[in-house]
Design a protein around this ligand. Sequence first.
Ligand code: WT7
Length: 651
Amino acid sequence: MSDALEALLQEGRTFAPSKEFRKQSLVSSAEIYDDADHDWQGFWAHQALELDWHQEWHTILEWDLPFAKWFVGGKLNVSENCLDRHVTAGHGEQVAFHWEGESGDVRSLTYSDMLVEVCRTANALKQLGVAKGDRVAIYMGMVPELPIAMLACARIGAVHSVVFGGFTAQSLKDRINDAQAVALITQDGSWRRGSVFDLKAVVDEALIECPTIAKALVLQRASNDVVMTPGRDHWWHEVVADQATECAAEVMDSEDPLFILYTSGTTGKPKGIVHSTGGYLTQVAYTHKYVFDLHPDTDVYWCTADCGWVTGHSYIVYGPLANRSTSVMYEGTPDYPDKDRFWATVEKYKVSIFYTAPTAIRTFMKWGDEYPLRHDLSSLRLLGSVGEPINPEAWVWYYKAIGGERCPVVDTWWQTETGAIMISALPGATTLKPGSATFPLPGIQAEIIDDSGKTVGVPGGGYLALPRPWPSMLRGVWGDEQRYRDTYWSRFEGKYFAGDGAKTDDEGYFWLLGRVDDIMLVSGHNISTTEVESALVDHPAVAEAAVVGKTDSTTGQAIAAFVTLRAGHDPSDAFVEELRNHVAKLIGPIAKPQSILFTDDLPKTRSGKIMRRLLRNVAEDEQLGDTTTLADPSIVASIKSRYLSAAPSED
Ligand code: WT7
């Protein structure tokens, strides 16, 4: 680590909000936590009143564990809240999306433009026979028509199911069939790293076995050759262009489903996570406003996720639009045409709020400082992180190399199932600690419990549980109530179990420790993969690390590490020792990896999460489990062959 970084991290340095940041921030004192604690349901009702309702609710919350209903009796439409009300208030000319195509083509869509496009698309869907309550699958790249399609569904009360535009025909087919979708919205091809990915060909293969799909709406984006099936397939530009530019919004019940989103996480068959209308929109708007300290008249906001993940749903589409943000949306990869694309884009649009994932941050670290240094990033004032625990080293690099030591970094913990951010700093009020997501947001309760479900004191470690309902919580697993109960509510009675381990420090800060399935038991000690990985990444030569437990006859489990080095560093045997000692120094000798394998890349899901389950298969010399959710299946095969030919180092 450089001396400057070392100095920042020393002695667990903390980062209080600067005077300048505090002065302009929406929340600069901790009073809001007391307000929320005092009457948490009233607090949420207050947030819900920020939205436009056709009819107000009669009951804030009906809680019939594990089923919650929020704002019962309330009526609203999500697309009206995201578009119409801003246009009506005189903000029609404000840009909603600065869209940037991968090859450099640009489009600006104002709130008025969005409203017109959403109405046309909604009318087209109706013409194709889609009705309120129907499920519509969306399989697209990152083009403006993707949020337009989502909002068009919301406008007519159809339930969308966005399938990430990199999934295979099999994954698409399974998701369509599980939801029994009646229509599919897609495009001919999407741009990725300078070439065209033939989405329509994947669709054609999937639809052979999707009997419920009657219609497909196909956007022309890449002009690759496609086969249009007569009667089923319709071009977007033929069906949408001539539609009326107005479409009355369906008045929806607060508890009507808004969307289904399939999550496989790192294990098991995908689950269709169902989200609601009123509660969902309330919490995504509230969190987006306060966690990102959004000033809609001046901020330019950019979340780099894909709309195919929940982060895209909540923090590219629904939260930002409900709050009248001006956002950047980008079609391609961060290294096209060069590794500075994100920073060029920040400079070009003067982005002030930037939200990305630790896997991306560690990749940027690996590429080196020269790329952000090429650009003026002084417009940035706030940085966010989501998706995995962010190790302190990556946090500090982000803070320094991207944020210029000026921008608070909010680490936001949540899940597809929680719908919106649950644990995060409020940047004008919270003193930050690199690597900690800090505290549950006002209105949210989170606790750490032991095996028997009893709350552990502060400081302490255990399972992260959510003891009371929150507005954007999942309303179930589509078509499988038992799976909903079993997965989330059976391990600890009366509490939602998130599947993550966590600890608090002596000041009550929350530190996420990764999935509990990943926690290792070495000589009777629980050791979290996250902590060992953080210690490895703390070494200046290490860009990324994944750690798993493997069976060991002496210690129960032994630690096997897989390490990617930063540009300019080469592996050696002496270096293996140095790294093992580095971990011993930071955590203790018990956490020393037994083996370290250097690799150019790690097996990750398409959303960037490391799949430790597969690395465990490698370390245990077992057959590899399901690899279909991997972004690049060849990586794990190459790691496997190299692991088997390397002799694990002895202690
Ligand atoms: C799991 C949920 C949340 C949207 C994207 C991922 C991990 C997420 C953090 C964080 C530590 C985090 C957890 C969680 N996770 N954010 N800030 N710190 N861990 O959604 O695919 O449903 O994954 O991601 O393990 O349970 P998801």
